[in-house]
Design a protein around this ligand. Sequence first.
Ligand SMILES: CC(C)(COP(=O)(O)OP(=O)(O)OC[C@H]1O[C@@H](n2cnc3c(N)ncnc32)[C@H](O)[C@@H]1OP(=O)(O)O)[C@@H](O)C(=O)NCCC(=O)NCCS
Length: 426
Amino acid sequence: MTESLTVRDNRTGKDYELEITDGTIRAADLKQIAVDGQPGLATYDPGFVNTSSCRSAITYIDGEAGILEYRGYPIEQLAESSTYLEVAYLLLNGELPTTDQLAEWTHEVTYHTFVHENLKQFIQGFRYDAHPMAMLMAGVSALSTFYPEAVQIDDAENRQLQITRMIAKMPTLGAFAFRHQQGKPYIYPDNGLSYTANFLAMLFKMSEPEYKADPRLVQALEVLFILHADHEQNASANAVRAVGSTEVDPYSAVAAGIAALYGPLHGGANEAVLRMLRRIGSTDNIPGFIEGVKAGKERLMGFGHRVYKNYDPRAKIIKKACDDVFEVTGVNPLLKIARELEKIALEDEYFVSRKLYPNVDFYSGLIYEALQFPPEMFTVLFAIPRTSGWLAQWSELITDPEQKIARPKQIYTGHRTREFVPIGQR
Ligand SMILES: CC(C)(COP(=O)(O)OP(=O)(O)OC[C@H]1O[C@@H](n2cnc3c(N)ncnc32)[C@H](O)[C@@H]1OP(=O)(O)O)[C@@H](O)C(=O)NCCC(=O)NCCS
């Protein structure tokens, strides 16, 4: 053992030496620490606040320093110089594609964008006011019925085909869900357009023969997709891995990821930021609002993060994208309030001492609103690019010989071995 931890069990006075690897001990090594006849020691960690569930070579985060890297490439460089499909390839394959590889990958994804007509009817079956995220989740789950061979998860070629299909069809399903809610006809993919330009066309095209989104908006969406592509073991990646560990098909595993992202604690904060900015209403009201936050009356939404104790690197990039989008759409008056709020908060002792900085959600809602998305679409806009991250996590899981079915322990706190009481005697 090169590095180790010595633990004394004060119940027995016995010492144990546990190996330390990569800054962790194996929870299973604690099992040997046992008092006669009792089960060995285990860890208790609700919410996995200090438990590594896997070894992963996909995404690196240093929350203290505000660093985010995909496969070792800083997010700032990828957002500046890459496209979403290039980043998806990187996440899935570990390396940036060559020109030929990117051309082939783009071709493959582009030619899998159509969905079976029955899937269209399936989406049509939802009520007019169905939440688009629920429609997306159901749509992805339904895809597994169209591709039953997806269950052959040990076949690498088959896995690759399902990955391509899912990344290709996600914008189509998201756009169908959006159009359904608006009561507008669904728009088929245009294979002459890029991934993001095609998505915008499927969302907003009406009677024009060809829909051409402003290239600055296409670029802003590309950047937002890159920023949201992966974020290591967050709640939805963990859901994909947990469900995927049962060896179910990848559509069902990704549907579980969408379910996790649907929850307000995961994907809903940018909508809360918009509500907050609207409520503040004018920069004059900011000092009073900040006083209320400091007095513990409410939280400054879009600030603070479980992992980042520094400026969220994604927030910096989004802030810049705001300028590009507003140049096209006209400035959202809420932006002025957001900028002033940020300026004041970054100088205020309360926020500085608690290391509370803007997170990815502080500005993203403003951009989505400027692009004319209703709030219910915000999480769909998150789920579409996150699919590449989920599938990279899923592929890593499937090919990791150390992984097992995710099955945590519990500390049982209920009754034991009681006599059944017939209903008449209760
Ligand atoms: C993201 C978040 C849940 C992280 O929470 P966490 O890591 O559990 O941090 P804690 O809740 O322990 O907060 C630590 C301290 O900062 C304060 N704090 C954290 N976020 C705050 C916020 N947004 N506004 C005001 N105070 C905040 C807490 O009140 C606490 O102060 P205290 O030590 O005086 O009690 C939290 O920062 C938050 O609720 N932010 C707003 C919602 C949001 O933007 N979510 C999107 C995340 S991507």
